[in-house]
Design a protein around this ligand. Sequence first.
Ligand code: SAH
Ligand code: MG
Length: 189
Amino acid sequence: MLDNIEKYAKKYNIPIMQKDGIDFLTNFIKENNIKNILEIGTAIGYSAIKMALVDKDINIVSIERDINRYNEAIKNVSEFNLNNRIKLINDDAFNVELDDKFDLIFIDAAKAQSIKFFLKFEKNLNKNKYIITDNLKFHGLVESNEKLSRNLRQLIRKIKNYIDFLKNNNNYDTIFYDVGDGISVSKKR
Ligand code: SAH
Ligand code: MG
């Protein structure tokens, strides 16, 4: 059934996590015994389902602004009977106010906005816990010298700013992993 989600993503060009990236993420969740997760950017529920399947005590809140993707995610989550453990919210994450505290916040939404997501939701992170961000390499473009469109150059600059923001943020210890499309793990001090 996960196969079908992967095929759907490919067919409709939905940027779900790459194989080695999702393996890294699920191993991290297992090794660090993480049980409460906030995900920014559900898409069609692939990473949320993968994370939930790590352990039956894992609960996830995941936010998606696109109504079609949200509906597809609802369908997929139901097929895995995970409705009781994955709570999906259809809204722009910047409109969502949560009181819950999480052991992991996974940022995988609009790549130009990562700093803003980080600053908005860090209040929902437990001490000594983690913020993980995906796509820091942005398909290799962050480190390439290719000629890019103006929009793409702006996006790459924002991703670089986010990387600097993480490096200079003394409230967190951040490690960058060259896995999948580039993943950071920031541990709150
Ligand atoms: N985590 C998913 C992939 C997410 S793709 C997986 O690996 O399976 C990124 C998603 O973030 C897109 O579907 C996009 O619609 C959503 N997104 C982007 N900006 C957002 C925002 N401000 N609020 C909510 N969702 C957002
Ligand atoms: Mg991603």
